[in-house]
Design a protein around this ligand. Structure first.
Ligand code: GRF
Length: 192
């Protein structure tokens, strides 16, 4: 039976969807209903996770690199159909235009595998190791028009061991992301 106290969210993915899985597993605890999972990659494993949980899925792919605007228009139209309180980016590999971000200002959250403002962008684990950092982690932040630069909502630290590789560190951080993301979503919803 539908529970009126749940907040509708839409989750955007591109790949494995392990963070999506964690949100699915914690949905009741944090008071959300995942109305739809949208992927920009047809082969994203996360689509199967959504289907297994009985969640609607959509695949929306840019027709070609020059059709960026059309892609984001279609994305926005599909998101709007579900009237979500929040749009959750969970491994969504697409840099949203400032036009799109402004349309949903304060409603888009992202998880990034680094202690922002350090190590924005890609290859965060290797870059943290190369920089001689002793502590890494993950951040959940609001999405702004500048990549990985919106207000930080919550972070979780992970110690870097001397024998950590990018792969072992990524695995440790991902395990913490799965704890962090549901908590951060709950925090934002409580403050809306
Ligand atoms: C995570 O490391 C997340 O921080 C980054 O992309 C990865 C997605 O992993 N933005 P998954 O698809 O949730 O397993």
């Amino acid at each position: 039976m539908a529970n009126k106290s749940l907040s509708n969210i839409v989750v955007l993915i591109s790949g494995s969807g392990s963070n999506l899985q964690s949100i699915i597993n914690n949905a009741d605890n944090i008071g959300v209903k995942i109305k739809c999972v949208i992927s920009n990659k047809a082969d994203a494993l996360g689509l199967q996770r959504a289907k297994n949980a009985g969640i609607q899925t959509r695949i929306i792919t840019p027709k070609n690199p020059t059709k960026r605007k059309e892609f984001e228009k279609e994305l926005a139209e599909n998101i709007n159909k579900f009237h979500p309180k929040l749009i959750i980016l969970a491994g969504f590999m697409w840099i949203l235009s400032s036009e799109f971000v402004e349309k949903f200002e304060g409603k888009i959250l992202n998880i990034h595998p680094a202690l922002l403002p350090k190590f924005k962008g890609l290859n965060t684990h290797q870059r943290a190791i190369d920089a001689g950092e002793r502590v890494a982690g993950a951040s959940v932040h609001f999405v702004s028009s500048e990549v990985d630069s919106g207000a930080i909502i919550m972070q979780k630290k992970v110690l870097i061991a001397t024998d950590d590789t990018a792969q072992t560190l990524a695995k440790k951080i991902l395990a913490q992301e799965h704890i962090l993301y549901p908590l951060a979503i709950k925090k934002v919803l409580q403050n809306l």
